[in-house]
Structures are given as structure tokens and as C-alpha cells.
Design a protein around this ligand. Structure first.
Ligand code: NZQ
Ligand code: ZN
Length: 388
């Protein structure tokens, strides 16, 4: 049975090859001081930076910048961004990049007018913002996180070996997001496939939970089938617009608060992957890929019916002549083959995790209770060891 819920997503999307042309209209709603936030330079190389600066100038904006937002943005970088936003009295934050830049911009947006330290307030005490929030808009250059249409903002604290996500509410979600699949075409293959697995896992995290019959799971199955289909095309032909546009749109729907409505969710692969990321600073999607199969094979007996359904409905495996267990195993085998086809990283040791980190990674893994099996710490260690 579907549980009770409310649903509202305030982010306005512009999708397609001419989507950047709507930036000007959107900027007209906000004040003159714009903080432009971007990453390590990919937007300068691709020419997108120049295009955006031209629009900002045309709109008469005063532009300040925070450049060099790294993948897995750090708390130190967050404090730097807050300082810059205060110095320029930012009226609006324009995030141009992948999930890291978009997440980071949201974290800055709730911290500019807040006296507390953002790490302690939002990531340790998990408080909600009680100050003025600077509005954020996003121009996305990498499909994966869904950050363009959600309130998530993940920040890493290397000193404390913690990588933590805060999911903020409607008022922190981007006011608009510009999704032009062409902007993702310059991504290196490693990042493209990491993003694809991130999308797949977002859907799995919301699918592998609950026993009930609900619409959300049917939507998830369709999204997964589309992603698998398009990813196979994109990995062989990265410039294929049709495939890349489907991947980008699937990424948004995978984590824009829709497919979790009215049902429980798991999120343990993300908890494991994030803790691996806190130790290794590895690419987010690859940390998920490396822990996924040991995790799913471990919990499969506790959610057998759903894993059997996954095999049938997502991977098209026939149930005939197979027990639920055989069917469920065949589904995970099919996922493993697909992951290898994409060239994903299948072991955390390949991401720099070493045996002596396992206990610390387990300590940093938040144990959630929505999945088919609530893990204890020993089980977390066992899964991490199986991922080495
Ligand atoms: O920094 P630049 O030079 O732009 O390079 C980036 C970066 O090195 C590069 N890149 C992005 N677009 C490109 C490009 N290179 C060439 N051409 C382009 N068009 O790709 C690298 C990775 O970018 P990043 O933004 O770090 O990747 P992603 O989008 O995967 O974001 C990862 C962050 O998002 C968090 C992750 O934990 C991680 O910190 N997540 C956010 C979520 C949310 N908001 O709901 C949920 C996710 O589960 C995830 O946790
Ligand atoms: Zn993710």
C-alpha cells in the first residue's frame, strides 16, 4: 500500500540543445550580484564559461567567482565560498558543473547568512536552515547525482574522515536548472560511466525496499530499463545525442523525490560508498559500483521476491524453470555483466582503500534501517572486505 505523502518539486527545468537561451530570462528575477561557482576548469576548456559570462554581462550583473570546487567538495572550500559570497553580498548563486558544484552551491546558499559553522550545524547536528537563503540556479555539465532537481548537498570533511549529505527542503533546491545534453559530451568516459552507475544506484536504493505493490516501483523499472539501454549505446558511442539525452533525463528523475513517494527506501550502498569516499576521495559513482554487488548479494535472501522481480522486469530474464533464488541470482549476474561492460570499478581496493582503512570506513558508515536487512557493524565490515 502506498503510504501518505506530499509531493512538490519547485525546480524549473529547461532541457535540450537551446536550453541555455533561457538563462537570461531567469536571471532577470534576481539582484545584480551574482556568484558564479564552477569546478576545476572543464567549463573553461569547453567554452561554456565564456558563453555564460557573455549572458551575465548582457544582463548587467556584477559577477564574483568561486572557482576550483573539487569533486567531493570539502568543508574548507565551503567556508571559503561563504566568505566570498558575504564579501560580494551575493543575491544569486549560479552553479555551473556537475553534482559537486551544484551541491556545494546549495551548501553555500544556506550558510551565507548563518552565524553558526555550517559543518556543525548542517552535517553534524542536521539542523534545518533558519536564516535567509541565497537562491541557486544550476547549469549542469554531468549527468548522475540528480542534484539539479533535489535538495541534496554532500560535503566531505577530510580531517574527520566523514562525507555526509544533508537533504535540504524545497527552499534550497535550485530555482531552475538548465540541462543541455551537449554540455555533458566533453566528460571523460570514466566520469560518464561513474555518473551512469550513480543513476542506476539511486533507483536501486529506492526500489530495493518494501514488499508492497506500488506505482513508484513500476516507474523505477522503466527508468532502469531506459538507462541500461542508453548506457550501452553511450559507452560505445559517447557522442550519441539520443543516448546522452536519455541518460541526462533519467538522472534527473532517478533522484528528484518522485520514485521514493509513498514507500520506504534503503540507501545503504550510498552510506558505504560515501564512507569509502571519505577515506579515498574516489569518484562517487565508482565507490557505489565497488560496494554494490557484495552488498546486494548479501541482502538478497532478505528481499528475495523483489530481487526476483528485478531480474524479470529490469533484465528480462525468464522465470520459467527457475526458483525465486535462481532468478534473483541471475538478475544480479546480469547487473554484474552490464557493470563490467561499462568498465566500472568493481573493488574498493582499486580506489585506494587498504585493509587498515576497513575499520575506519565501517565506523564512518551510517547504518540506515529502510532496507531488507538492517546491518550490524560486523556485517558492514564483512561487506567491505568482500569489496576488496
Ligand atoms: O571540476 P571540473 O573541471 O568541472 O571537472 C569535473 C570533475 O573533475 C568533471 N566534469 C564535470 N562535467 C564535465 C567534466 N569534465 C569535462 N566535461 C564536462 N562536461 O567531472 C568530474 C566530476 O564532477 P563532479 O561534479 O564531482 O561529479 P558528480 O556529478 O558525480 O558529483 C559528485 C558529488 O555529488 C554528490 C557526491 O557525493 C559527490 O560529492 N552527490 C550528490 C547527490 C545529491 N545532490 O542528491 C546525491 C549523490 O548520491 C551524490 O552523493
Ligand atoms: Zn549517488
Amino acid at each position: 500500500m502506498l503510504g501518505n505523502f506530499s509531493y512538490h518539486n519547485p525546480t524549473k527545468l529547461y532541457f535540450g540543445e537551446d536550453s541555455l537561451s533561457f538563462l537570461k530570462d531567469e536571471l532577470a528575477h534576481y539582484g545584480s550580484s551574482v556568484l558564479l561557482v564552477y569546478g576545476g576548469g572543464s567549463i573553461k576548456k569547453s567554452g561554456l564559461y565564456d558563453e555564460i559570462i557573455a549572458v551575465l554581462k548582457e544582463c548587467g550583473k556584477n559577477v564574483s567567482e568561486v572557482a576550483g570546487v573539487m569533486p567531493n567538495p570539502t568543508v574548507d572550500k565551503l567556508r571559503e565560498g561563504v566568505k566570498t559570497a558575504r564579501e560580494c553580498s551575493a543575491d544569486f548563486i549560479l552553479a555551473v558543473g556537475g553534482g559537486s558544484v551544484c551541491d556545494y552551491s546549495k551548501a553555500v546558499s544556506v550558510s551565507v547568512h548563518c552565524d553558526d559553522d555550517p559543518w556543525d550545524k548542517y552535517y553534524i547536528r542536521f539542523e534545518e536552515p533558519d536564516c535567509k537563503i541565497v537562491p541557486v540556479g544550476c547549469i549542469l555539465t554531468m549527468a548522475g547525482t540528480g542534484s539539479e532537481m533535489n535538495g541534496g548537498a554532500v560535503i566531505t570533511n577530510h580531517e574527520q574522515h566523514l562525507k555526509i549529505g544533508h537533504v535540504f527542503g524545497d527552499e534550497v533546491m535550485p530555482k531552475f536548472s538548465i540541462l543541455n545534453p551537449r554540455h555533458t559530451m566533453t566528460l571523460p568516459k570514466y566520469q560518464m560511466t561513474a555518473g551512469i552507475y550513480d543513476i542506476m544506484n539511486h533507483i536501486c536504493e529506492q526500489y530495493f525496499s518494501g514488499e508492497d505493490d506500488n506505482t513508484s516501483d513500476y516507474i523505477s523499472e522503466g527508468l532502469m530499463r531506459s538507462l541500461i539501454h542508453s548506457s550501452r549505446i553511450a559507452v560505445n558511442d559517447p557522442q550519441n545525442y539520443e543516448a546522452r539525452s536519455n541518460i541526462m533525463w533519467t538522472a534527473t528523475w532517478a533522484l528528484n523525490t518522485l520514485v521514493s513517494r509513498g514507500k520506504s527506501t534503503d540507501w545503504m550502498v550510498h552510506m558505504l560508498g560515501q564512507s569509502v569516499g571519505a577515506y579515498t576521495d574516489a569518484t562517487h559513482g565508482m565507490t557505489l559500483a565497488a560496494v554494490s554487488l557484495p552488498y546486494y548479494r548479501y541482502i538478497m535472501p532478505y528481499g528475495l521476491k523483489k530481487f526476483a522481480r528485478f531480474a524479470k522486469e529490469v533484465w528480462g530474464i525468464s522465470a520459467e524453470g527457475r526458483s525465486d533464488e535462481q532468478l534473483a541470482n541471475a538478475g544480479l549476474d546480469a547487473m554484474e555483466s552490464w557493470m563490467k561492460e561499462l568498465g566500472l570499478v568493481m573493488k574498493i581496493s582499486e580506489l585506494g582503500a587498504t585493509e587498515d582503512m576497513i575499520e575506519g570506513i565501517a565506523d564512518g558508515t551510517l547504518i540506515l534501517t529502510g532496507g531488507y536487512k538492517v546491518l550490524d557493524r560486523d556485517e558492514v565490515v564483512k561487506i567491505l572486505k568482500a569489496s576488496m
